[in-house]
Design a protein around this ligand. Structure first.
Ligand code: S3P
Length: 435
């Protein structure tokens, strides 16, 4: 599908962004291995999270989607059944990696696969420690790529230092730790998103965090519950930047997830001079959420790296767009992980924005962006990556002439209704609500 973006001077309105993708996956997985029913409100019905639902259903978990809720009939830690076919994680790294942690604890064989993008992404980082815990795994490319087969059961606890700041790896090991006898310890040199830890706590797991070590005790049953999924700050970020860069921008984003391990984009945009006002903060099952009010602002370039990177890893493509409209140079470093996301996001965003006339450079671990330029509409490609498609769409709002994004169907991975929301805000309609 080709998405046409017509430039606009105005973006105005109020919206509730769709549910958080990371939290939606976790809610379905933990609900599936808990005892009793889990009722999830605000679930993101994007393709990635639907892949998780289909995998859990294939493993024998009854899951119903109602209009505004997902109901999961938990089977308990030991209640999953061998699937009769290959499990398909689609485009979703979170599905394949977290589910592998659960499958490592099952006394049966599972084969898991994904689409062409997922089959290129590194899986050795989860396969190796799961093997150390005692799971039998056999994967393509010397156990580095999907498809791979897992025969689990009888896991031993492990103390493991994460070699990359990856919440997906950390979560896979925490989930496997539920099936190991005794305490599994995970040492996290740089903190990544902590949704799994918060949700495991609220499901009743025995989990402790001390400094940078997280410990989990195996064998404790989880309790099903009612969960509210906050709006996804990663989806909200596209509209934060849209509201900042158009001359007449004023957008109110409601129910935005504000978990500190995810909200780096808000801090960096504020450092760039953005008017982002946060209010009405409240907490649900340990997750913070609130309202973010955005007003068009003059931005300045910034340098981002180090411990900030995992706190805004998925927002770097849209941060690059904000940087184009800032005064001065922006440099993003320590972000080599971007090369192994749904696309090589360093190359994809650089090539996409360059087609609109942007002056920017790829660095081995990031990007250098020269701000204060004018863009020209052009045809560009999503690289089958939802966040690249949406970042290019926002850039197109400030180009001269229309921009066309090929492969825009990828947006449904995380933000069904993105185009309608964009059109609604460009018209200044005040009643948008994507839930
Ligand atoms: C995610 C963690 C991040 C992020 C991804 C979702 C999660 O990946 O990029 O979109 O839900 O845990 P890594 O943990 O591999 O960095």
């Amino acid at each position: 599908m080709r998405l046409q973006i017509t430039p606009t001077n105005r973006m105005e309105g109020t919206l509730t962004v769709p549910g958080d993708k990371s939290i939606s996956h976790r809610a379905v997985m933990l609900g599936s291995i808990a005892e009793g029913t889990t009722e999830i409100s605000g679930f993101l019905a994007g393709e990635d999270c639907l892949s998780t639902i289909k995998c859990m259903q294939a493993l024998g978990v009854p899951i119903k989607m109602e209009e505004d809720k997902v109901i999961v009939e938990g089977q308990g830690l030991g209640g999953l059944q061998e699937a009769s076919n290959i499990l398909d994680a689609g485009n979703s790294g979170t599905t394949i990696r977290l589910l592998s942690g659960i499958l490592a604890g099952q006394p049966f064989t599972s084969i898991i696969n994904g689409d062409a993008s997922l089959r290129k992404r590194p899986m050795g980082r989860i396969i190796r420690p799961l093997m150390l815990m005692g799971a039998h795994v056999l994967g393509r490319g010397d156990d580095n790529y999907a498809p791979f087969a897992i025969r689990g059961g009888n896991l031993k606890p492990l103390t493991y230092t994460l070699p990359v700041a990856s919440a997906q790896l950390k979560s896979a090991l925490l989930l496997a730790g539920l099936y190991a006898e005794g305490w599994t310890g995970i040492i996290e040199p740089i903190q990544s998103r902590n949704h799994t830890e918060l949700m495991l706590n609220s499901f009743g797991a025995h989990l402790h965090k001390e400094d940078n070590i997280i410990r989990i005790e195996g064998g404790t049953p989880l309790r099903g519950q009612k969960l509210i999924v906050p709006g996804d700050v990663s989806s909200a970020a596209f509209f934060m930047v849209a509201g900042l860069i158009v001359p007449e921008g004023h957008i109110i984003l409601k129910n935005v997830g504000l978990n500190k391990t995810r909200s780096g984009i808000i801090e960096v945009l504020q450092e760039m001079g953005a008017s982002l006002n946060i209010r009405d903060i409240y907490s649900t099952a340990g997750e913070l959420m609130g309202t973010v009010e955005v007003q068009s602002s003059e931005l300045k370039g910034v340098t981002v790296g180090g411990e900030m990177i995992p706190r805004l890893i998925d927002e770097i493509p849209i941060l690059a767009v904000a940087a184009l409209f800032a005064k001065g140079i922006t440099e993003i470093r320590d972000a080599a992980e971007l090369k192994v996301k749904e696309s090589n996001r360093i190359a994809a965003i650089c090539q996409g924005l360059q087609r609109l006339g942007a002056r920017m450079e790829e660095l081995p671990d990031g990007l250098r962006i020269y701000g204060g330029q004018s863009l020209q509409g052009n045809t560009c490609d999503s690289f089958n990556d939802h966040r690249i498609a949406m970042a290019l769409a926002v850039a197109g709002l400030r180009a001269q002439g229309d921009t066309y994004i090929e492969g825009a169907e990828a947006i449904d991975i995380s933000f069904p209704g993105f185009k309608e929301t964009l059109n609604m805000l460009a018209k200044g309609d005040n009643h948008g609500d994507q839930r």
